[in-house]
Structure formats: C-alpha cells, structure tokens
Design a protein. Structure first.
Length: 78
C-alpha cells in the first residue's frame, strides 16, 4: 500500500495538521489499516501460522513498521 499510494499519503500527512477533514480521514484510514493487519495476525495465530514466540501484538507491530510490507519475519512459512 505504501508504494502505490505513497504520494497521496505524503500529501495527507503534510495537509492533516492544517485541515480538520483531512486529519479525520487520515485517522480513520490509519485505524482501518491497523485493524486489518491485526485481523490477519489473529487469524494466523489461530491456525499456528505465526513464528514461535511471536505474539499477535508483535506481529501486528512488525508488519505495521515494515517498510516493505514483508510478513516473512513473523509468519511460519512451512
């Protein structure tokens, strides 16, 4: 998501402090994005798909912080 929409995200991040509607749209979009990542992590945890020792919170944080969107560090690739 970051690569195809990076220019839009940078524009929103720059504009949000000065425009209430943009700030709210960015808040809602960020919450939806993080909630979706968490839902995937919960599902993977439920089927034993996370690496040993990786929690749902840890996987969610790792994916959100990843600049490439890679799930390899947290997913149990069989």
């Amino acid at each position: 998501m970051r690569e195809p929409y990076g220019d839009i995200m940078r524009l929103m991040l720059t504009t949000a402090p000065h425009h209430t509607e943009i700030a709210e749209a960015l808040r809602v979009a960020t919450k939806r994005y993080r909630d979706a990542i968490e839902a995937v992590a919960v599902g993977l945890h439920g089927v034993g798909g996370l690496r040993a020792g990786k929690t749902v919170a840890g996987a969610t944080t790792s994916w959100h912080a990843s600049t490439k969107g890679s799930c390899a560090p947290v997913v149990n690739l069989r």
